[in-house]
Design a protein around this ligand. Structure first.
Ligand SMILES: [Zn+2]
Length: 127
């Protein structure tokens, strides 16, 4: 039977030097999102060093695919939906950027105009 589609992912949120896992092919994501590094595919005979976070992964046949030593380094794929929706929002911020570039102009003009009109207003009341 083939393994179900996706490669298991592991993180080193505990910042340990070495993590023992029960699979030879996996993805290292560094730490939990949003501070994860690019999810890279790693394969190994007995051990593999992640080039991003320097975590040493050691194959341990006694462990299940979702088990790690120390425990809790297996990353559940559930957050993938959140990542996808966040990616959709990104193009919209491009439009917001052009609107922002206009603002500094208005802000420069505003302080000048405000005091003079205020003076005029008071003078008018006094007179
Ligand atoms: Zn890594």
């Amino acid at each position: 039977m083939a393994v179900s589609g996706s490669t298991p992912k592991f993180h080193n949120q505990l910042a340990v030097r070495e993590i023992r896992i029960g699979v030879r092919e996996f993805n290292c994501i560094g730490v939990l999102p949003p501070h994860d590094h690019p999810h890279i595919y790693l394969a190994m005979e007995h051990r593999s060093l992640c080039p991003y976070c320097s975590t040493l992964f050691v194959f341990d046949e006694r462990l299940a695919p979702t088990e790690t030593d120390p425990a809790g380094c297996y990353f559940e794929e559930q957050t993938l939906g959140c990542e996808a929706s966040a990616g959709r929002r990104a193009p919209r911020s491009f439009g917001a950027r052009s609107a922002r570039s206009r603002r500094p102009y208005n802000l420069v003009g505003w302080p000048r105009a405000a005091p003079s009109s205020d003076r005029d207003g008071r003078l008018a009341t006094v007179a």
